[in-house]
Design a protein around this ligand. Structure first.
Ligand SMILES: Cc1cc2nc3c(=O)[nH]c(=O)nc-3n(C[C@H](O)[C@H](O)[C@H](O)COP(=O)(O)OP(=O)(O)OC[C@H]3O[C@@H](n4cnc5c(N)ncnc54)[C@H](O)[C@@H]3O)c2cc1C
Length: 258
């Protein structure tokens, strides 16, 4: 386990039967960029080491690490993780990585769009707390799409604590746009639909995407990633970040589908 830091659970919050989040200690020398993920590792009943990728939800100036997790029925990892309580051990890889970092986008945007579904929200919660970023972008827009209202985790935090204490206090431009697709809600059209129909530009009072002013990050399920990527490439001529070039947009899977 020399590639991992041993940390302790500090608090656990169960949002509902599908989702929970937790905070744990953070070693002083553990560095990461907002938007990156790590491997969380646990030891199962047979003393086997199991690990899964998790995006860090806290920001790099917090003295703790925070994660949001799905609870998968019969999920090998989440069935252990969801039972952790304050004081339990968790191993966290020492080397974070990921594509959803500010440096991967061409540096001339006006608007930064963060498009997420489900637990794909996590890296973006870390990113929106990076106040330096608001110097590079005049507006940051966070879109979070889920099936049912109860899965809009952190909605209360964003609408109340984050807006009041950070956004309004520092006079920053931030737009939160939650979507619920399977029950009645103020916004219930999928992300792809609100882009195609241009509803998102009407609702946010921002102009249609163009390469000079917009930069986009996407984190969610695979089909949503593919659909948005297609729209951005074929309708807007946007190109994606790759290991040899900065991009107008960057994507990351929120989980691997079996
Ligand atoms: C780069 C990356 C970052 C990730 N970050 C997170 C995160 O921040 N929070 C998180 O909960 N998971 C995240 N995951 C998924 C996570 O690694 C595990 O898949 C999850 O913990 C379930 O593990 P499991 O062993 O219980 O089930 P697994 O056997 O790993 O998964 C079983 C099935 O459950 C579904 N599934 C897995 N994860 C999710 C999910 N998050 N949302 C919806 N369906 C899912 C998939 O269909 C998968 O095939 C991330 C994955 C990747 C690749």
């Amino acid at each position: 386990m020399e590639k991992y830091n041993l940390e302790k659970i500090k608090s656990v919050h169960h949002w509902n039967e599908n989702l929970f989040s937790f905070k744990c200690t953070r070693k002083n020398n553990f560095k990461f960029k907002n938007g990156e993920f790590v491997l969380l590792s646990l030891i199962d009943k047979e003393n086997k080491i199991i690990y899964r990728a998790y995006s860090i939800l806290s920001s790099n100036y917090d003295n703790y690490l925070e994660f949001l997790s799905i609870k998968i029925k019969n999920g090998i990892f989440t069935n252990i993780l969801k039972n952790l309580i304050v004081g339990d051990n968790i191993y966290i890889s020492k080397k974070p990585s990921g594509t959803l970092i500010f440096e991967n986008l061409l540096n001339k945007g006006k608007n930064l769009w963060l498009l997420s579904t489900g637990t794909g929200l996590s890296p973006f919660l870390s990113i929106i707390k990076n106040y330096e970023l608001y110097k590079n972008y005049s507006t940051i827009i966070l879109i979070h799409s889920v099936n049912y209202k109860i899965n809009l985790s952190y909605r209360y935090y964003i609408n109340n604590i984050f807006y009041k204490n950070i956004i309004n206090f520092n006079k920053l431009n931030f737009i939160y746009y939650p979507i619920v697709t399977k029950e009645k809600f103020i916004n219930n059209k999928r992300i792809t639909e609100i882009i195609k129909s241009k509803k998102i530009f009407y609702d946010t009072n921002l102009k249609d995407f163009n390469e000079f002013k917009d930069r986009i990050m996407i984190c969610g399920n695979m089909s949503m990633l593919i659909d948005i990527k297609n729209i951005l490439q074929s309708f807007y001529n946007f190109y994606e970040f790759s290991s040899n070039q900065m991009g107008l947009f960057a994507t990351e899977k929120a989980f691997i589908e079996n």
